[in-house]
Write a protein of this length. Sequence first.
Length: 281
Amino acid sequence: MSGHGRARRGRARKRRGNIRQAGLKIFLTAIIVAGGLLAGAIGASRAPGPGSGEAQPGKSFQGEADVGQAPLGEEKTGEPAAVKDSSSAQAGQPQKEDWRLILVNPWNAIPEGYGVDLAQLKNGQAVDERCYPDLQEMMDDCRDQGLSPLICSSYRSQQKQEALFENRRNSLLAQGYSQEEARAEAGKAVALPGTSEHQLGLAVDIVDLSNQNLDESQEDTAVQGWLMENSWKYGFILRYPNGKSALTGIIYEPWHYRYVGREAAQEIYERGVCLEEYLQA
């Protein structure tokens, strides 16, 4: 083979090699570009959007606890704390679902399944522990005035209320009342079991140490004078005021105080109404 022939074949092989290299470069470039496009598409499909639950750059993410959905706490009584819905509550309107405003009277029995966690007092009495701090403050302030208040009755079990009612009824029977009359009359002074505020743990009978008689003479004592004027400041009301028996179903008792909370107590005191009238507002 002549030298010219070998040179032509060498140049041909070189051209074919250059073509193969160029094709390989184009192929690799296409793969890289396609891979980049595919990665971008996948990344876009995974990018967090509003409400996705993932934090976005430049935005603060709020979880449930940050938007008013924190877990409900519990009051120290072990009862679930009340949920307040400010959007539905009307200012000045009593909220009848409030535990402090449970209405118990001859026509309204204690709610079925009602339970109470008690705080024990030094003298063997007990009250719903949710009202205990206000009760203690009221008693302390009363004593600071040089007075001697005495809680002679507070929480009562169903059995205790039954015993008190039967004692009153039997006393009236002994006085000549009929069974029906004795029952009706007894209910005016001792609530029928299941309809007594004492069973709520929110009622206390307070007397003056110098006069422990549960009769109208209590209203003339210094202790009752102070309580009738100041008990509302601590969330308590004189539950059975004079002239309201037709509404309360109970005779005038100038010693029986009921916890309703400070806001309700103030309004009841200022308006001169009983609990029934307040709840009907």
